[in-house]
Design a protein around this ligand. Sequence first.
Ligand SMILES: Cc1cc2nc3c(=O)[nH]c(=O)nc-3n(C[C@H](O)[C@H](O)[C@H](O)COP(=O)(O)OP(=O)(O)OC[C@H]3O[C@@H](n4cnc5c(N)ncnc54)[C@H](O)[C@@H]3O)c2cc1C
Length: 257
Amino acid sequence: MKYEENCELLEKTQLKDDILRFKVKTDKIAKDSKPGNFLEIKVSDSEVPFLRRPISIFSIDGENVEFIFQVKGKGTEILSKQKVGDKINIIGPLGNGTFDIKSYNTVALIGGGIGVYPLYEAAKQLKGKAKINTYLGYRNKELVTVEKEFKEVSDKLVVATDDGSYGEKGFAIDFLKKDEKPDIIMACGPLPMLRAVKQFAQENNIKCQVSLEERMGCGIGACLGCAVKTAASSKDAPEYWQVCKGGPVFDASTVDF
Ligand SMILES: Cc1cc2nc3c(=O)[nH]c(=O)nc-3n(C[C@H](O)[C@H](O)[C@H](O)COP(=O)(O)OP(=O)(O)OC[C@H]3O[C@@H](n4cnc5c(N)ncnc54)[C@H](O)[C@@H]3O)c2cc1C
């Protein structure tokens, strides 16, 4: 079930110059949210920008929901100007594909850049059900966020930066490959990272879920703006998933990205 609500901004934290963490109070969105769901946020009452902006749920806490976003363009710039006490119009929870929360021996969570955020609620809900090995990759030290939060919910945490300016030097997947084989990998991040994770999972026969942050129009399955090919798609018989409806979390083996 999804709802449109005017949510009060309870807390606003500047994590980096261009990365903000918002906590909003909801009536029903939090109650119905699952790890991997996202929100469609109305950033302006004027007609520009017209479309809502999709942002993942970072954390669900009672009737509150938290999300973290990087200022990229006009929409997120306007959102970043909201003040504590303001009301933000949000539709959520959105997405039907969510992370598979159940008991496992070992789960590997791997995120890159802003893709680390949707993994946190999954980690929280998996805690106590599985050993959680988390691998977070960032381009450089300036972009490292939420390390402390993931440390609290992970049995093992590796933070890697591409240039070695913080944590381990290299790509997060390099460290996942070196560790024990997990029962499942849950991943979100840039497409090259997700492709490498999918290939590693296939080669090693590991179940793998990926959350795709495809550019979206409506977020509710009306506009086909976020279509990606299914794995069964061919030139003669093309087939598509709508990321907003079928995902954003998919079994990696069912989607061609
Ligand atoms: C399901 C989903 C979950 C998301 N979760 C988060 C999140 O938790 N935190 C977060 O910071 N961002 C997240 N995003 C990305 C976020 O929606 C975009 O950054 C935002 O819509 C940009 O809006 P804008 O008006 O500021 O920028 P625009 O003016 O629309 O675009 C500015 C720049 O950002 C790029 N951009 C826009 N959308 C995306 C996208 N989806 N992926 C990559 N680049 C994009 C554009 O190509 C352009 O270069 C998510 C996207 C999706 C689809």
